[in-house]
Design a protein around this ligand. Structure first.
Ligand SMILES: Cc1cc2nc3c(=O)[nH]c(=O)nc-3n(C[C@H](O)[C@H](O)[C@H](O)COP(=O)(O)OP(=O)(O)OC[C@H]3O[C@@H](n4cnc5c(N)ncnc54)[C@H](O)[C@@H]3O)c2cc1C
Length: 488
């Protein structure tokens, strides 16, 4: 990095932002990594940290970065699992959480326009005052922002009913290129057949095309009631087919997460610790399906009863009698506090880090993928945490899968082996006609290697990037380059 250019850029940033531009080490350290497994030697310090409060200020920041050819890395909650915020090429970390104001709540059209750095939690607190909510909720919602949900196209607990962020999003403002604020989308319309769908391009772009500063989103009435249940299945396939059948019967399910037997044991851990005995779960259990139903009280009750009938009568599934386990599972979806996680974390693994390959697969290949996951993890010396199948499209079973392992991030070799594991899993996804990532994104893991998935269309992706980002300043080292995985 050219030190003189950095000095000049910093001075220019100071004139725009005053104390909200800093080079102090204490701040740089705060923006040096996310939740992805990495050894401490791979902690990346950005050179400068800035905290803009408006689109206009982001425009000025981008103009300065463009002029001095300094990288820009948008930073939100820092809970990403793929190294999306890793400033391994240095540059300016743009703390987006200063962009936290709601611009307009349009109740007549059930739309909210908000600055992009607001957390999903804070947005929902505000909407709740009007009896509304924004159901796109990753488990990290207390820290995760709207801009990052757009940036990495993450999953939501309620995906089976409401889908992914694109199912809510109708407009964004993104500062791109030489510092131009572009309005992209279809205003407040739900559909548009005009032009190209640039909004789709922004979703999942991980800050490589620009900084999203504003978003217009669909909101919903808060449901009156919710019931959550767990069901024990004889196989993963049984769980998937049972869900397919429930949905085909016309029942609206709010969320459905299917866990493999290792994950099941993970959930029983807290129970065992508390009661000093095994929970009441049959020995034949190969998977556990958690379902939630939400809406008017009588509809929810009926939906639960009907779904349970289908599951028990047609698929030999058993209802999980330990409701405490179901409640614990549900609580762990809605808290970033450490306790629910610690409770279910086996003692032997507390020193290790959660790491995952996040594949999107055709629904019929889940069982096969699970067998291969266990083998591939063993080949790379990774301790299996387990597999969870998330459903992320409205009213249809889909397989967005977390293949999770425990990574010993105190060892460089173990971290390297984790990324080899991700590479082999990603190759498997392509062989199985799926995708390498369904919610984490490329981050600094899959760039370049993802050409294997995209073939010739990868070249078009590079050209698109050049059009939005002629000097390559937006989040360099992502999507087209990886520090961990090389060689297709
Ligand atoms: C405990 C825990 C639970 C999690 N649960 C889930 C889950 O249920 N589902 C799921 O999918 N993921 C989950 N994750 C992963 C992570 O929370 C998500 O990927 C989330 O989207 C990251 O949000 P963030 O605000 O922390 O973003 P960051 O990690 O700060 O950034 C993520 C990416 O978005 C880019 N970005 C951020 N803001 C902007 C912006 N304004 N404009 C352009 N680009 C931007 C960044 O540059 C980066 O590439 C979880 C993580 C943790 C630690």
């Amino acid at each position: 990095m050219d030190e003189a250019a950095l000095d000049q850029a910093f001075r220019a940033l100071k004139t725009v932002l005053g104390a909200r531009a800093t080079r102090a080490m204490v701040h740089r350290i705060g923006y040096s990594r996310d939740w992805s497994p990495r050894h401490r030697s791979h902690t990346d310090l950005p050179h400068i940290v800035v905290v803009p409060h408006s689109t206009d200020e982001v425009v000025e920041i981008v103009k300065i970065a463009y002029h001095h050819r300094v990288p820009i890395v948008p930073f939100a909650g820092g809970t990403g699992m793929g190294g999306g915020v890793a400033a391994w090429k240095g540059g300016i970390a743009v703390e987006t959480k200063g962009l936290d104001q709601i611009v307009e709540l349009d109740e007549a059209n059930m739309m909210v326009t908000t600055q992009a750095g607001i957390t999903i939690w804070a947005l929902n607190e505000e909407l709740g005052r009007s009896g509304l909510w924004f159901p796109h909720q990753p488990e990290s919602k207390r820290a995760c922002t709207i801009g990052a949900s757009i940036g990495c196209d993450n999953d939501s607990t309620f995906g089976l009913r409401y889908g992914k962020i694109l199912d809510y999003l109708s407009n964004v403002v993104m500062v791109t290129g030489k510092g131009k604020a572009l309005r992209i989308g279809r205003r407040k319309a739900a559909f548009s057949s005009t032009g190209y769908k640039l909004l789709d391009l922004v979703v999942g772009s991980e800050g490589t095309l620009g900084v999203v500063t504003e978003a217009t989103l669909r909101v919903f009435p808060l449901p009156e009631a919710r019931l959550v249940r767990g069901y024990i299945c004889r196989s993963l396939d049984d769980g998937i087919q049972a869900l397919e059948r429930v949905l085909a019967g016309g029942i609206s399910v709010e969320s459905a997460h299917l866990n493999c037997r290792q994950r099941l044991h993970f959930y029983t851990h807290a129970y065992r610790e508390k009661h000093q005995r095994e929970p009441d779960i049959p020995g034949w259990a190969e998977a556990i399906l958690f379902l939630s139903f939400a809406g008017d009280e009588d509809v929810v009750k009926f939906s639960l009863e009907k779904a349970t009938c289908i599951l028990l009568d047609e698929f030999g599934v058993e209802e999980l009698r330990e409701q405490e386990m179901v409640d614990g599972w549900w609580a762990s979806k809605h808290s970033l506090e450490f306790i629910p996680f610690r409770q279910k974390w086996p003692d032997s693994q507390r020193e290790k880090k959660f790491g995952a390959a996040d594949l999107g697969l055709p629904i019929g290949r889940v069982e096969e993928a699970y067998q291969r996951f266990v083998e591939i993890a063993a080949n790379w010396g990774q301790d299996v945490l387990g597999m969870t199948v998330y459903n992320e499209a409205p009213n249809k079973p889909t397989a967005s899968i977390s293949f999770a392992v425990f990574v010993d991030d105190s060892s460089k070799e173990s971290v390297a082996n984790f990324y080899n594991y991700v590479k082999e899993m990603s190759t498997m996804a392509v062989e199985m006609e799926g995708t390498m990532s369904s919610y984490i994104g490329d981050g600094d893991r899959l760039g370049g290697f993802n050409e294997l998935e995209h073939g010739d269309s990868y070249i078009y992706m590079k050209r698109i990037k050049e059009m939005f980002d002629p000097r390559g300043i937006f989040n360099p080292g992502k999507k087209f380059e990886s520090r961990w995985i090389t060689g297709a």
